[in-house]
Design a protein around this ligand. Sequence first.
Ligand SMILES: *[C@@H]1O[C@H](CO)[C@@H](O)[C@H](O)[C@H]1NC(C)=O
Ligand SMILES: *[C@@H]1O[C@H](CO)[C@@H](O)[C@H](O)[C@H]1NC(C)=O
Ligand SMILES: *[C@@H]1O[C@H](CO)[C@@H](O)[C@H](O)[C@H]1NC(C)=O
Ligand SMILES: *[C@@H]1O[C@H](CO)[C@@H](O)[C@H](O)[C@H]1NC(C)=O
Ligand SMILES: *[C@@H]1O[C@H](CO)[C@@H](O)[C@H](O)[C@H]1NC(C)=O
Ligand SMILES: *[C@@H]1O[C@H](CO)[C@@H](O)[C@H](O)[C@H]1NC(C)=O
Ligand SMILES: *[C@@H]1O[C@H](CO)[C@@H](O)[C@H](O)[C@H]1NC(C)=O
Ligand SMILES: *[C@@H]1O[C@H](CO)[C@@H](O)[C@H](O)[C@H]1NC(C)=O
Ligand SMILES: *[C@@H]1O[C@H](CO)[C@@H](O)[C@H](O)[C@H]1NC(C)=O
Ligand SMILES: *[C@@H]1O[C@H](CO)[C@@H](O)[C@H](O)[C@H]1NC(C)=O
Ligand SMILES: *[C@@H]1O[C@H](CO)[C@@H](O)[C@H](O)[C@H]1NC(C)=O
Ligand SMILES: *[C@@H]1O[C@H](CO)[C@@H](O)[C@H](O)[C@H]1NC(C)=O
Length: 407
Amino acid sequence: MPCSVVFRSAALLVAALSLIQAVKIEVHGKDNKTCIYAILSVNFTVIYEGNGTMENATFRLPDSLSTNGSTCGGNNSAPLLNMGFGTGHSLSLNFSRTDGKFSGDVLTFTYNTSDAKLFPGAKNQSVKHVAVNSLMESVPLNTIYTCRSVKAIASEPVVMVFWHVGIQAFVENGTISKNESFCKADVSTTVAPITTQTTSTVVPIPTKPSPDLPAVGNYTIKNGSDPCLLANMGLQLNITNTDNQTRVININSNSTASGHCGDKHSVLLLEDTDATIQFHFFVEQAKFFLKEVKVSIRLLVNGSTTTFNCSNGNLKYWQAFVGSSYMCRNEQQLVVTDQLAINTFNVWVQPFEIKNGTFSRAEECSLDDDSILIPIIVGAALAGLIVIVVIAYVIGRRRSYAGYQTL
Ligand SMILES: *[C@@H]1O[C@H](CO)[C@@H](O)[C@H](O)[C@H]1NC(C)=O
Ligand SMILES: *[C@@H]1O[C@H](CO)[C@@H](O)[C@H](O)[C@H]1NC(C)=O
Ligand SMILES: *[C@@H]1O[C@H](CO)[C@@H](O)[C@H](O)[C@H]1NC(C)=O
Ligand SMILES: *[C@@H]1O[C@H](CO)[C@@H](O)[C@H](O)[C@H]1NC(C)=O
Ligand SMILES: *[C@@H]1O[C@H](CO)[C@@H](O)[C@H](O)[C@H]1NC(C)=O
Ligand SMILES: *[C@@H]1O[C@H](CO)[C@@H](O)[C@H](O)[C@H]1NC(C)=O
Ligand SMILES: *[C@@H]1O[C@H](CO)[C@@H](O)[C@H](O)[C@H]1NC(C)=O
Ligand SMILES: *[C@@H]1O[C@H](CO)[C@@H](O)[C@H](O)[C@H]1NC(C)=O
Ligand SMILES: *[C@@H]1O[C@H](CO)[C@@H](O)[C@H](O)[C@H]1NC(C)=O
Ligand SMILES: *[C@@H]1O[C@H](CO)[C@@H](O)[C@H](O)[C@H]1NC(C)=O
Ligand SMILES: *[C@@H]1O[C@H](CO)[C@@H](O)[C@H](O)[C@H]1NC(C)=O
Ligand SMILES: *[C@@H]1O[C@H](CO)[C@@H](O)[C@H](O)[C@H]1NC(C)=O
C-alpha cells in the first residue's frame, strides 16, 4: 500500500513522549454529551520572585487535568472550559457565539506560587491570575478550530506557548465535528497577513481554505564544503484522506534540508516540525530525473493526530541531462499516488554535477516553453488556409453552376 494513515489517540500520544504531547479534554453536559472538546499543548514560563533573585518557572500543561468548574453554559451563561492541575493551578477559557460563529473569549491562567515544586523558593506565596483574549479567532459553529502552528501569548510575567491546538465549543449532539477551521498561521505558513477583521462583516471562514502559494525555499546539500545538490522550489501538498476530504498544506520554506549526493543517486530530505519529504533522484542514460518521493506528515483529524505516510518509487519527473539543471517556473502537479499530489512552484533543481556552487544551464519544462506556441500558431494558420481554400472552392463551384443556369 503506497499510502497509509496512522490514527493515534491523544492518550497514546501523551505516552509517546517524544512525539506530540497533547492533552485532550472533554466537558460533558447533564445529558452526558460532550459540549466542549479541546486538545492542546502548552508550555508555561512564569517569572517570579525567589530568594533574592528573579526566577523562571517553566512547565508544561500536564495530562492529568481536572475539568472541575467547567460548564456547558446556558441561555445566560457562557460555556467555560476549566483545566485544573497541580496544587491550585488552572487554565480556563470561556466561549462566546454570535452570527453562526463561536470563539474563545477570555483565557485565564491561575497559578499558585506556594507550590514549591513549580515555584521553589518563591517569596510571595499567593494565587495569581493573568487573563488574555487572543487564543483563537472566531470560527463557524459545528467546526473544530485547529492550529498546529506554535503561538506564544505573553502577559507579564507569564509566557504561554500553545501548539497543536484543536478546540470546539457549543458541540451539537455530542458529536465532534469533522470539519476543521484552520487558524491563520496554518493556512499561510508564508506570509502572516495583518488581520483587518471588522465586526460588521460576517464572512464565514471557509473550512477548507485554499492556502496562499507556498514560499520558495532554497535548499543546498553539501559534499564537504562544496554544494552537490541545489533545489529552489515552493512545495504544496494536496492530500486526499480516506474520508475523501482534501487538504492543501504548504511546506515551510525554512524546512531543514539534508541528504547526500552520489554519482547515480542523490537524496534531498526536507524536514519541518510536522512534515518530512524525501526526493530521490536517479541517473539513467545521461539524464537525471525524480524517481521517488516519500512524504510523512502529521495531521489533526477529528481532534486526534494522524500520521499520513505516502510514497511512490516509480516516478519520472523533472528530467534533464546530467550537467544541466531542471527548471519549471510554472506550477506543476506531481501526482504521487491517488491520495497525494505535490504542487510545485518555481522549481529549479540540480541533483548532480554542480559546478562552482551554482546551477548549470537550465533545461526548462515544456510548460514554460513559449516555443510550443509556434506549432500551435502554424497549425492554426494551416487550418485557416484549408478552410479558406474549401470555401473558395465551394463558392467557385456555385458561381460556375449559377453561370450555367443563366445561360
Ligand atoms: C456518561 O458516559 C460515561 C461513558 O461515556 C459512562 O461511564 C457514565 O456512566 C455516563 N454517565 C451518565 C450519568 O450517564
Ligand atoms: C516546550 O517545552 C519543552 C521542554 O520543556 C521543549 O522541549 C519544547 O520545545 C517546548 N515547545 C515549544 C513549542 O516551545
Ligand atoms: C536564601 O538565600 C540566603 C542567602 O543567599 C540563604 O542563607 C537562605 O538559606 C536562602 N533561603 C532559602 C529558603 O533558600
Ligand atoms: C527567564 O526567561 C527569560 C525569557 O525566556 C530570560 O530572558 C531570562 O534570562 C530567564 N531568567 C532566568 C533566571 O532564567
Ligand atoms: C470542585 O471545586 C469545588 C469548589 O470550586 C470543590 O468544592 C470540589 O471539591 C471540587 N471537586 C473536585 C473533584 O475537585
Ligand atoms: C433557554 O431558552 C429556551 C427558549 O428560549 C428554553 O426552552 C430553555 O428552557 C432555556 N434553558 C435554560 C437552561 O434556561
Ligand atoms: C468570560 O470571562 C470573563 C471573566 O473571566 C468575563 O469578563 C467575560 O464576560 C466572559 N465572557 C463571556 C462570553 O461570558
Ligand atoms: C443534531 O441532531 C439534530 C436532530 O437529530 C440534527 O438535525 C442536526 O443536524 C444534528 N447536528 C449535528 C451537528 O450533527
Ligand atoms: C524563516 O526564517 C526567517 C529567518 O530565520 C524568518 O524571518 C521567517 O519568519 C521564517 N519563516 C517561517 C515561515 O518560519
Ligand atoms: C532563492 O533562489 C532564487 C533563485 O532561484 C533567488 O531569486 C532568491 O533570491 C533566493 N532566495 C533566497 C532567500 O536566497
Ligand atoms: C487537490 O486535489 C483534488 C483532488 O485531486 C483537486 O480536486 C483539487 O483541485 C486539488 N487542489 C489543489 C489546490 O491542487
Ligand atoms: C568556475 O570556477 C573556475 C575556477 O574557479 C573559473 O575558471 C570558471 O570561470 C568558473 N565558471 C563559472 C561559470 O563561473
